[in-house]
Design a protein around this ligand. Structure first.
Ligand SMILES: *[C@@H]1O[C@H](CO)[C@@H](O)[C@H](O)[C@H]1NC(C)=O
Ligand SMILES: *[C@@H]1O[C@H](CO)[C@@H](O)[C@H](O)[C@H]1NC(C)=O
Ligand SMILES: *[C@@H]1O[C@H](CO)[C@@H](O)[C@H](O)[C@H]1NC(C)=O
Ligand SMILES: *[C@@H]1O[C@H](CO)[C@@H](O)[C@H](O)[C@H]1NC(C)=O
Length: 304
């Protein structure tokens, strides 16, 4: 049997609008496994236009010039290579992506991602391990727990970042901060980029003004990084996804201590840059001290 991969293209007849516009990728291919579908008596072009405008539509397949097969979110799990020159299928990617430089079905896996409303949408097109003419489509939506925000780190890594506070005692050491994050199935983390840094600053500031238990002046939180050596700037991290200290903004003059047992913290909203302190320090005079931990916790992932 011969297969055709005559062309693929991002639909160019549809005007490109900046923002949250879906991308339609038109491929020489056909549908594979699906649970349900709808047959529509419309022209192929109208079918694509309708799918693009419908948030639930993910794939359309051309039956003929006047009929198409219409697939909603979660209803189709594989697509296949075309069996004839006329086989045409369109994948809708819910975000505006760069038109791939080659047919996305040939290598793989290919990921399409979108962050919106504190949720992360991931569409994966991956070659099946057994049949080289079949491609799996998977869709997942990651949602963050309350009081955390979703951030993308790398192609498909998603984390939920939040500040967690000690309750009693209100001040505690770095090991307790690590345990606080682990209790949420997460780890201590640090900012991985400028967006995250801005968010961390905002939440520490707003926490200080809105949920400060005793109008405490200092809100200090531990971030990821423990020193086990005497080598400056050499730390060990619990969370491999924030790229070490690359995106940490040091307070001028910091780190003022170097050596085993030194840990990294952020001195809160007033002086938001990174400093170090002995890991075991747990300044217990709670009237002047309020501490927490910057954690990354796993998103809740729904697969379709
Ligand atoms: C594609 O789906 C099939 C059937 O569900 C599964 O056996 C196979 O491992 C999947 N392949 C990939 C690359 O996910
Ligand atoms: C998250 O917040 C929403 C809205 O305030 C609330 O309805 C929901 O129960 C909360 N979920 C959890 C797990 O706390
Ligand atoms: C942590 O993971 C366990 C096991 O998956 C689960 O039972 C528990 O509810 C999770 N805890 C939190 C705070 O998400
Ligand atoms: C911190 O929050 C206060 C009160 O909402 C606001 O007035 C102030 O501008 C904020 N500071 C920063 C640095 O965001």
């Amino acid at each position: 049997m011969s297969y055709y991969f005559l062309y693929f293209l991002c639909l160019s007849f549809l005007a490109k609008v900046p923002g949250e516009e879906p991308t339609m990728i038109r491929i020489s291919g056909q549908r594979g496994n699906y649970k349900t579908s709808e047959t529509m008596d419309v022209s192929w072009e109208d079918c694509m236009v309708k799918c693009r405008a419908d948030v639930n539509c993910v794939v359309v397949y051309k039956i003929s010039d006047i009929q198409c097969q219409y697939f909603s979110f979660g209803s189709i799990s594989t697509i296949q290579q075309a069996k004839s020159e006329n086989d045409e299928i369109v994948l809708k990617i819910p975000t505006q992506v760069q038109c791939p430089t080659s047919n996305p079905l040939i290598p793989g896996p290919t990921y399409y991602t979108q962050l919106t409303n504190n949720q992360f949408y991931l569409t994966t097109v991956s070659p099946d391990s057994l049949y080289n003419n079949i491609y799996n489509l998977t869709y997942s939506v990651s949602t963050c727990p309350n009081n955390t925000k979703v951030f993308q780190r790398g192609e498909t890594t998603v984390v939920c970042i939040g500040l967690y506070f000690f309750e009693a005692p209100r001040c505690n050491n770095q090991a307790a901060a690590s345990a606080l994050c682990k209790a949420q199935n997460g780890t201590l983390t640090g900012p991985a980029n400028a967006n995250e840094y801005e968010y961390i600053q905002d939440i520490s500031n707003s926490s200080k003004y809105t949920s400060n238990p005793d109008s405490i002046q200092w809100l200090v939180y531990w971030i990821d990084g423990v020193q086990h050596t005497n080598i400056a700037y050499q730390y060990t991290f619990e969370d491999p996804t924030h790229n070490g200290i690359t995106n940490y903004n040091w307070t001028p003059g910091s780190p003022h201590l170097t050596g085993p047992g030194i840990c990294i913290y952020s001195p809160g909203p007033n002086y938001g840059n990174v400093q170090v302190y002995p890991c075991t320090d747990s300044y217990l005079s709670y009237l002047v001290c309020w501490r927490g931990a910057l954690c990354q916790v796993p998103p809740i992932i729904e697969l379709f």
